[in-house]
Write a protein that binds this ligand. Sequence first.
Ligand SMILES: [Fe+2]
Ligand SMILES: [Fe+2]
Length: 184
Amino acid sequence: MSQTVIDLIKADHRDVEMIFEKLRREKENRPALVAELAAKFVAHARAEETKVYTELAKAKPSERGEIHHGVEEHHQAEELLAKLMDADPDKPEFLSALEALIKAVSHHVEEEESEILPAMSKAIPAAKLVKLGRVFSQAKADELATPPRPVGRTKQELLDRAKRKGVTGYSSMTKDELIDALGD
Ligand SMILES: [Fe+2]
Ligand SMILES: [Fe+2]
């Protein structure tokens, strides 16, 4: 049976929930799990924003407010993800960053699955939802081929890290220059 974009999105949500559970339990595996989570989360969010939410906005303009709210929640989650990426897996700050991220993502997934996805299945014909699934998958593949850059990473956090790493001239750099200089 053909999967629709809604099936693919929900499957990603269950996948991320499994990674969260592993992050709680598999202490020694945390570095790889954080990298996997970051890559998958950012690819999923960007593909939703550029290929899926946009189609819903076209098919049902009254959903634009809900969509805008969803994008904001992606950005908030990515700020928390950036904190988790910077946290030492052996320090208590790691678990508090993880729990804050889980709370934000669970809230967003709940809203997406109860508001945005049902609106899509009403407003967009099934055959188109199947085609959109392939487009969503391709967009994720393109994102996964480049290292994840959570959009919410704050400039102050980047400045602090550049200072710690001893990056020359960090104080006059733009956000993008800081990201490049930090190599992440
Ligand atoms: Fe999603
Ligand atoms: Fe989302």
